[in-house]
Design a protein. Structure first.
Length: 157
């Protein structure tokens, strides 16, 4: 009889550990992602050099991003001629290029749009933090994420 009670206690202890582990995993999955706000250095895909900086800030229930700094000062006042809507002919410095990043429930953000100020093209966008929150992996795409490309931005210290 004592052997049976000890076995029941062991099973109960294992069940409690499993339940605690599941609760911790659920809490972690439900936790909002780290905060993407701040200034991010944009990196040229071909040269690996910094091209400017984008400031991501809270806007409503999500986040937006605007050009905070450009590498070439003469580009600061250059208008975004190919942009459409309220972005058309706005100066690059201060141009809102990301709109509507919202938590995606998977530890990142999605549902946003990003504009390429060189072409005026608007893409769907998603993002996630990496490297302890020091890298932002931003993906722009058409229709589905598979049809796009990613850029890694570095958090300015």
């Amino acid at each position: 009889m004592a052997f049976g009670m000890r076995r029941v206690a062991e099973i109960a202890a294992v069940a409690a550990c499993v339940a605690i582990g599941a609760a911790c995993a659920a809490a972690r999955a439900a936790a909002p992602p780290q905060d993407p706000t701040g200034v991010w250095l944009t990196i040229d895909d071909k040269t690996g050099q910094t091209t400017g900086a984008v400031r991501i800030y809270a806007a409503g229930d999500g986040f937006n991003g605007r050009i905070d700094r450009v590498l070439d000062p003469k580009d600061a006042a250059r208008p975004c001629e190919p942009c459409k809507g309220d972005r058309h002919n706005q100066p690059l410095l201060g141009l809102e290029i990301i709109r509507g990043l919202r938590p995606d429930g998977k530890g990142g953000w999605g549902g946003a749009e990003i504009v390429d100020p060189d072409t005026g093209n608007i893409y769907s966008a998603s993002a996630k933090l990496d490297g302890g929150g020091d890298r932002l992996i931003l993906r722009g795409y058409l229709l589905i994420s598979l049809l796009g490309r990613s850029q890694t931005w570095l958090r300015e210290k």
